[in-house]
Design a protein around this ligand. Structure first.
Ligand code: FAD
Length: 346
């Protein structure tokens, strides 16, 4: 305990509010620098959007910033897998189905070369439409994100406070205090807000663009999945089919058009969601329509260009938000960006 700490107000180097994949990757990174970290969550570690994701890190990126974040994160995950072969991460082939006229745009978005791939590499229930080509070559990384959050924060340097919503903060750099719902307080010289879609406009410095949220939907397909099955990315629909051999299922993830939902009241899967999913399956896998089962629905925080943003302002906590449907994929790069911001403000 530091000289300023009291038994009632424990003292840390850094308090992180929010134990989703962004907060957990950051906690892991900060412990690596020798910091003592308190990780606070209103529910449990990985219980937010991160607990609902069957996530992949794909090799697609829509601009140079996101390409750099993606490459950084891929290197980081590769190193982490070498250190922790037991981490819930695995690589698998990713094959793209793309209309012939859209392949140049797809190649431009892809960080790795794509080559024509035989249809035989796809699951037998996929029926490739006449004007569509199959491209492959790269690998995707699949993470069981909720479990990954636990593994990342399992070290002695991270003190986890669960079921402890943070109601507010006071102080400033060098001496922040976070106020918990049960009246406890936790002190630290650095404070980071990683509240995902719970982030409010008031958490950001005045003048910052307000945070937005968007619904994400995955449908379960009751079709046998094996460890050698590929991710099938439907490039013209921004949707993908993910084999989940550990569950004996496939998941179809789509981008829902519903914006600004509240994470405590995420709308259930809607007739529109089902219509989109059925239309996608009818086009590429008509035999799979009857295998549609339940859905996994949550909302994510979205920021400007489709990747996480780190916001700093004098006297305020560092804020990281904007998983934008890709928070697993960009979490390590976002953690390093927060670390950079903390070092600058020291
Ligand atoms: C179905 C689905 C499929 C997805 N597929 C992919 C994919 O293929 N690839 C990919 O990269 N990403 C994917 N995502 C998105 C990815 O899961 C998210 O971007 C990521 O989990 C967001 O992490 P986060 O840490 O920002 O937010 P969250 O995981 O929501 O974490 C925020 C945490 O903050 C806590 N919190 C909030 N307010 C407070 C408070 N006041 N006090 C204390 N704690 C608080 C919450 O309880 C929560 O645990 C998918 C998501 C879903 C739902």
């Amino acid at each position: 305990m530091s000289p300023t700490a009291t038994p009632d107000v424990p003292d840390f180097d850094t308090v992180i509010v929010g134990a989703g994949v962004l907060g957990c990757a950051l906690a892991h990174r900060l412990v690596g620098t020798g910091r003592r970290v308190a990780l606070l969550d209103r529910r449990t570690v990985g219980s937010g959007c991160s607990g609902h994701a069957g996530a992949i890190a794909s090799p697609l990126a829509r601009n140079d910033r996101l390409r750099a974040l993606s490459a950084h994160s891929r290197r980081w995950y590769a190193d982490y897998r070498r250190q922790r072969p037991d981490a819930p991460l695995r690589t698998l082939p990713i094959h793209f189905l793309c209309a012939e006229g859209n392949t140049d745009a797809l190649r431009e978005r892809c960080t790795e070369p794509l080559r024509p791939t035989p249809e035989a590499a796809l699951p037998p229930w996929i029926a490739v439409p006449g004007d569509t080509v199959v491209l492959g070559g790269p690998e995707a990384l699949h993470g069981q994100v909720a479990e990954l959050c636990r593994v990342l924060t399992g070290s002695a340097g991270v003190t986890v406070y669960e079921c402890a919503p943070v109601l507010g903060w006071s102080g400033g750099p060098g001496a922040f205090t976070a106020e918990l719902s049960d009246g406890r307080r936790v002190r630290a010289r650095e404070l980071v807000l990683a509240k995902g879609s719970w982030l409010a406009a008031a958490d950001l410095p005045p003048g910052a663009p307000p945070p937005r949220t968007k619904k994400i939907v995955s449908y379960v397909l009751d079709l046998p999945a094996g460890p050698a099955d590929p991710v099938v990315y439907l490039a013209d629909h921004d949707a993908f089919l993910l084999p989940r051999p550990e569950r004996g299922q496939w998941w179809l993830s789509i981008t829902s058009p519903e914006w600004d939902c509240h994470p405590d009241d995420v709308p259930a899967a809607s007739p529109d969601d089902l219509r989109i999913v059925r239309a996608v399956l009818a086009a590429y896998a008509p035999a799979a329509v009857s295998a549609l089962r339940g859905a996994s629905v949550h909302c994510d925080s979205y920021a400007g260009d489709g990747g996480p943003l780190v916001t700093t302002a004098p006297g305020r906590p560092v804020v990281v938000h904007g998983g934008s449907g890709s928070g697993f994929r960009y979490a390590p790069a976002a953690a390093d960006a927060v670390l950079g911001a903390l070092e600058v403000s020291r």
